[in-house]
Design a protein. Structure first.
Length: 165
């Protein structure tokens, strides 16, 4: 097969793939009634949940705060909180945990479980299905504030933002 034949065959294959993609994109939704009108992304994306349908967020806020401090100290694995945080928060915590691990390695310090106390969370509800909380964490050396935003998604709370100050 010559080079010209290969190029012609490849361009024909690309045209067939593009036309198939256009047919799939323009195809009407299958089914009947209201379900057919729901877009694929809307149906399979996270579904918001009302605060009334969710449990009390206070225990989750306290436990998530404790876990985040231990993750940054290197005493807990990040995977243990993966189901309670969104993908963006997971990536941010992964980045911060790796920075903390490199800093400990440079100092030659081992990862130890920190001694700290978690204060009572201050919780506010800016809108239905969203809770924002601040928790003061005190240790012997210093005090830190942990701000957490929980959103009701798929009938459970998930942290959509966590900031350790």
């Amino acid at each position: 097969m010559t080079a010209a034949q290969k190029i012609t065959m490849q361009s024909q294959q690309n045209a067939v793939e593009q036309s198939a993609d256009q047919l799939i994109a323009s195809a009407p939704p299958r089914g009947r009634g209201a379900h057919a009108r729901i877009a694929h992304e809307e149906f399979f994306d996270y579904q918001p949940t009302s605060t009334a349908d969710l449990p009390d967020p206070r225990p989750l806020v306290e436990n998530l705060t404790r876990c985040v401090i231990e993750i940054l100290a290197g005493a807990r694995e990040l995977e243990q909180v993966a189901r309670w945080v969104t993908d963006d928060v997971y990536r941010t915590l992964l980045s911060r945990a790796s920075i903390s691990a490199r800093a400990r390695a440079a100092r030659g310090a081992p990862a130890i479980r920190p001694n700290f106390s978690v204060g009572a969370p201050r919780i506010s509800e800016p809108r239905d299905g969203v809770v924002e909380a601040v928790v003061i964490v005190t240790s012997r050396a210093r005090a830190r504030a942990v701000a957490i935003r929980l959103e009701g998604l798929d009938r459970r709370w998930r942290a959509s933002a966590i900031s350790v100050l």
